[in-house]
Design a protein around this ligand. Sequence first.
Ligand code: CTP
Ligand code: CA
Length: 218
Amino acid sequence: FESWEREKFLEGKNILITAGPTEEAIDPIRYLSNRSTGKMGYALAAASAKLGANVTLVSGPTNLEAPSGVEFIPVRSANDMYEAVFTKFEKMDIAIGCAAVADYRMKEYSASKIKKNDGDLVFELTRNPDILMEMGRRKQKEQILIGFAAESDNLIENAMKKLEKKNLNLIVANSTNAFGNDSNEVFFIDKEKNILEIPQMKKDDLAFKILETLKINL
Ligand code: CTP
Ligand code: CA
């Protein structure tokens, strides 16, 4: 399908998408992060814009170009992302948490470069806020919240737990094997515990598939 063939069913809707990894600084030149490329979140942002939505993309550092026609808010750390998200969340009709947010950050950031010593180096980490869970807590009845679950084991069971705990309308469960790939095989799980297996497809196509689930909810 070309974009001109698509019914713009998101016309007038405000949609917020988090994407990419976060970077948690260790010292001025080092950080903790993960292998997320941001492809899925950027594909969702581009697809949402094509479907007529007003898109806000809050993204951690990636090598991707922001899709045209979206409000782009680049961030680095999970705390930065949290702040950006909650200046926008209230006005949103739909939010999709697609970012691979680092679960932990350094307990203490070192303002000067850490020098090496002969022995081991031990870091203490502290929990980052769960951005999606906080969106679920603040969610109003008419707002729709979609999350992802990246699992290496017990995909469906763990994804269902996240769906409930974070008060989501839909969770997209994907194996951690998808990290960095162009295509992805996933399951959609909704509040009623309906499980839909989605065949392997390009992330660009998967983005439209995910957004199509909104058609019945809007
Ligand atoms: N998420 C978030 N903020 C965090 C951690 C996760 O917003 N600090 C969101 C992700 O964007 C994703 C969903 O929560 O949509 C699930 O992320 P995932 O890492 O799979 O689950 P966690 O809840 O972090 O649990 P764990 O990593 O222990 O499996
Ligand atoms: Ca996590």
